[in-house]
Design a binder for this molecule. Structure first.
Ligand code: PHE
Length: 371
């Protein structure tokens, strides 16, 4: 008996060897064991040292953890669950420390250090244990908004379509009924690229609107059409609280028989109410876009102060111009449609009360972590 008691001596520090070990002494011994083992593993400079430490602490026959397990048997009955729980924790802790040390040494081993290291992976053990030494990030508020808008419009039956950010003049202007003489085509109003398109695509530019995707979709399929498209657009605007040279739009297009302006307003109102979580007043202001007739600017109520409501423009909308339908081979006598294009930054800012859209691009974690 003496020899086995001798083995559990580290757990009975300060207490005389006896058949029954008080819980406290057992726990203290475990903590010391955990500390000693962790530092032995983390300080092992090579594989041989680590193996020696492994045998000392985790050896199946006479390792110190094994000895502690025997000590567990001498803890009084009522204290056993608590002692056992802590024992298991220490065991897992030591095993994790061993794994970590093995990984560390493997990293320094020349044969295997050639393995690519992926710095984007979350830290191993801390991450699994729910401790985040480096806080993991999350989706950018604009990306969150885009995902949510897709979801809302999906429920209204709109599927997502995509288009390129580098566009030709046909899709960005011509097919949208924007003739060469139109001021929107001024080179100073656009980011034209120095390189021409492939084949006879002509001059190329960064798309100034997602309405390009309307054309791309209608060229490919017969009506009915019910799509949205979300993505970046570019305009040489000076940055201010509501403008930025690059921003995101959500484009919607519905073409079918008997589509009216009432459908447009209903969809926009449902859309805004779903996104903002409450009914929101939408205001249409008569406007002009070459590709819709009639055309409106879409405003959303932003705030009401002293009985006076302030509206902020979210984008444009209207009934698809017959010339656009003809440009893609649709018959304007057969089908009608509505289209809208809203600024994602503005919609997102409206929801969260962000006063300046430039915040979205500053990448200040104090701002971003609020979403
Ligand atoms: N493309 C327009 C813009 O960027 C918005 C719009 C989209 C207007 C669809 C009408 C219909 O300003």
């Amino acid at each position: 008996m003496v020899s086995s008691l001798g083995q559990i001596a580290p757990f009975a520090l300060g207490t005389p060897h006896s058949a029954a070990m008080p819980l406290q002494a057992f726990l203290t011994g475990l903590d010391q064991l955990a500390q000693a083992g962790q530092s032995a593993f983390s300080q092992s400079a090579d594989a041989a040292a680590l193996e020696a430490a492994r045998v000392e602490f985790l050896g199946a026959k006479s390792g110190r953890l094994k000895a502690a397990q025997k000590g567990l048997g001498t803890v009084p009955g009522p204290d056993k669950p608590a002692a056992g729980k802590r024992f298991n924790e220490v065991k897992m802790l030591l095993e994790a420390a061993l794994t970590e040390a093995q990984e560390r040494l493997r990293g320094t081993d020349s044969a295997e250090s050639a393995e690519p290291f992926d710095p984007t992976l979350p830290g191993g053990r801390e991450f699994k244990e729910g401790r985040h030494p480096v806080a993991p990030g999350h989706l950018h508020p604009l990306t969150q908004t885009i995902e949510e808008l897709k979801d809302i419009m999906g429920r209204l039956g709109f599927t997502v379509a995509d288009g390129p950010e580098v566009e030709d003049e046909w899709h960005n202007f011509e097919a949208l009924n924007i003739p060469k003489s139109h001021p929107a085509r001024d080179p100073l109003e656009n980011f034209y690229l120095a390189t021409a398109g492939v084949g006879n695509a002509g001059p190329m530019l960064l798309r100034s609107q997602t309405s390009t995707v309307q054309i791309r979709v209608m060229e490919k399929q017969p009506p009915p059409v019910r799509i949205i498209s979300l993505g970046r657009v570019y305009r040489p605007d000076d940055a201010d609280a509501t403008h930025y040279p690059m921003f995101h739009q959500i484009e919607g297009l519905l073409v079918d028989r008997n589509v009216t302006m009432a459908d447009l307003k209903s969809v926009l109102r449902l859309f805004a109410a779903s996104f903002l979580g409450h009914d929101v007043h939408i205001r249409f202001r008569p406007s002009f876009f070459p590709f819709t007739e009639p055309s409106v600017e879409v405003d959303m109520a932003w705030e009401t102060i002293g009985g006076k409501t302030r509206y902020v423009e979210m984008g444009g909308a209207g009934m698809v111009d017959p010339n656009v339908l003809r440009a893609v081979g649709y018959d304007p006598e057969e089908v009608t449609g509505f289209a809208f294009g809203l600024g994602v930054e503005r919609v997102c800012a409206r929801r969260h009360g962000v006063a300046d859209i430039r915040e979205f691009y500053r990448n200040d974690v104090r701002f971003l972590s609020q979403f």
